[in-house]
Design a binder for this molecule. Structure first.
Ligand SMILES: [Zn+2]
Ligand SMILES: [Zn+2]
Length: 352
């Protein structure tokens, strides 16, 4: 099998060849049909997250080992199944849930594998889909996509589940008050589309890039606001009739989190999803006096993945611009994303 691997942090991915694995036990082997290029791949590629103040969280300290085949938004066609892999058969087209845990601890057993302290996420801690084949350890991570086009289903594995998980945390105000979405990249447009599908009241999208704001407007945003405007918080407060009940920050930079906090109404909540990096200082009395919540949201559970696919089956595939590229163009795709030139999602098509 062929894969493109990170062999050195930040250096171009290298073409590698290995024997194609044979699935044993409960394992399932897939031919990769679609592999989304996600913004978090840029952090994995760099090898660190920015913690602000010059500090870095190194991925090697979290157990990420090189060479690594990245790619955690995968759809594949089953080509071989292990003798104990029940309920799946050759030829099925499956969305791969990549947020694997150990499968045995209390967290994993209650369905929160994505919070497991020994994560085995596909494309992060074990080989992902920037390859022609992908080995998945158990059929429970596979979801039949039926007739959803593979390149549109693939982004559901990260971009989809991440924004779905964040939107669920908004709670009851989702259907009654507009939600503020910071960041109108691939994640933002996915969030907007799922927000609509979930019966959301309206979305105000905030971004510094006029091209991305325009894309958000086209995708159905109620209004858009320039994050770089000196009165951006004031504009958000006006657009939400006195302050936001929920802000979903898909960027996660010092400035965006601060903007989100400044825009909240009393009792409001900011849900931080983005990993851009930075830090903020919050006066502690603000928490009780403004009754505010700062919550982090990290991908989603197997149950949420099933819910998301059910939502997509009922309401249609998220209306997200998707462009496809051959597997061999993976380095160009990553560089395009790094340069901020991508509207929507780039998806590699290794099977073509
Ligand atoms: Zn576990
Ligand atoms: Zn991702």
């Amino acid at each position: 099998m062929k894969s493109y691997d990170v062999c050195e942090c930040g250096a171009p991915l290298r073409l590698m060849e290995r024997p194609t694995p044979k699935p044993a036990g409960t394992e399932v082997l897939l031919k990769v049909v679609a592999a989304g290029v996600c913004h978090s791949d840029l952090h994995i590629w760099d090898g660190y997250y920015d913690l602000g103040g010059g500090k870095r969280l190194k991925l090697s300290d979290r157990g990420v080992k090189l060479p690594l085949t990245m790619g955690h938004e995968n759809v594949g066609e089953i080509v071989a199944v292990g003798p104990d892999a029940a309920g799946v058969k050759v030829g099925q087209r499956m969305l791969v849930h990549p947020w694997l845990g150990c499968g045995e601890c209390a967290l994993c057993r209650r369905g929160d594998e994505h919070f497991c302290r020994t994560p085995f996420s596909i494309g992060v801690f074990r080989a992902g889909g920037y390859a022609d084949h992908l080995l998945v350890p158990h059929p429970r991570y596979l979801f039949d996509i039926g007739n959803i086009p593979a390149h549109q289903a693939a982004p559901l594995a990260c971009s989809g589940i991440t924004t779905y998980g964040a939107l669920k945390k908004v709670g009851l105000s989702l259907r009654e008050e507009p939600v503020v979405i910071i960041g109108a990249g691939g994640l933002g447009l996915m969030c907007l589309s799922l927000h609509k599908a979930m019966g959301g009241k309206g979305a105000i999208v905030v971004d510094i890039d006029p091209v991305k704001r325009e894309a958000a407007k086209k995708a159905g945003a109620q209004s858009t606001i320039d994050a770089a405007a000196p009165d951006a918080a004031k504009q958000i407060i006006a657009a939400t009739n006195g302050g936001a009940w929920a802000v979903i920050d898909l960027v996660g930079a010092s400035l965006t989190v601060q903007l989100g906090l400044d825009s909240l109404v009393k009792g409001g909540k900011i849900i931080i999803v983005g990993l851009f990096g930075g830090d903020i200082t919050v006066p502690t009395p603000s928490f009780p006096l403004r009754a505010m919540t700062i919550q982090g949201s990290y991908v989603g559970s197997l149950t949420e993945m099933a819910e998301l696919l059910d939502l997509v089956r009922r309401k249609g595939v998220p209306d997200l611009p998707v462009a496809t590229r051959p597997l061999a163009a993976v380095n160009d795709a990553l560089n395009e994303l790094k340069a901020g030139k991508v509207i929507g999602r780039l998806v590699l098509t290794p099977a073509e």
